[in-house]
Write a protein that binds this ligand. Sequence first.
Ligand SMILES: [Zn+2]
Length: 293
Amino acid sequence: MTHLRFTPIVSGNYIGVDIGGTNTRVGVFESLNAPDFVHLARFHTYQSYEEQLRHIIVAVQANNREHLSGIGVSIAARISKDGHSVSVAPNLPEYVDKPFAEDLAEGLKIPVRLAHDTVCGLLAEKQFGILHKIDRCAYLTVSTGTGAAIHLGKASTTLLSSIEIGHQILDGNSLKCLCGQVGCLETFTGGRQIELRYGCPIAQITDDSFWETYADKLAIGLVNLAQLTRIDVVALSGAIVLQQQFLPPLLQQKVNTILKGSTLELKKAALGENAPIVGAAALLGVPEDYILH
Ligand SMILES: [Zn+2]
């Protein structure tokens, strides 16, 4: 069994930040050995990079705790390969290519780590949730967009990577994705794209045939993921999975029908909406080299 080599934590306060497309949360953790934290702030995510930076710094400084050991940031955006900035962010375009890690470190004078929210969700579920003892696993978020991260481990070797599961191409799909490609899975599963096409939030769609197609497409995406990576378990998260209770069992049934030669177990993530903020803080206990952004 492989465990992420979390560094032993002696003491100190750790800041976790969850920057979603809509809301940002800031919390303080007294230890990285438990998923417990105290909320410091919650605010609407600013489209302006400078405003967002300022509000995070103010929230942390207002906390008045001494000996902050570092700040980990989960962001709903693709992170540059060096882990220092945002590289692709359709929902937060003004953040792209800004020196985010450097600016936060300069403003707070503490170590900074950034990661895609799926990487943080996976870290949280791996350390405290349903992926705890699973060597080959993934964390899937089904929300505004469709994103994932994978963990592949054996003995002392571990790979933890953000992947673009929503932008895999499905055969015969002629729909144009917001990313610019034609045929992406996310044209069927992304909440934002569905709302643009149907003219109403996905939560309001009750048509059974819509959800059958939705589950058919997502099941193909998951089977492709299982065949390409040989993962055993997927933690399901995101607003769409949380709102549509019938979806996980329907997806599991469809995956079981398609997939041959191996099995893929789908489980609802245990930490719910706290997974990204808990995983953000957990970044501070994991060596930077463990994560492929
Ligand atoms: Zn796409």
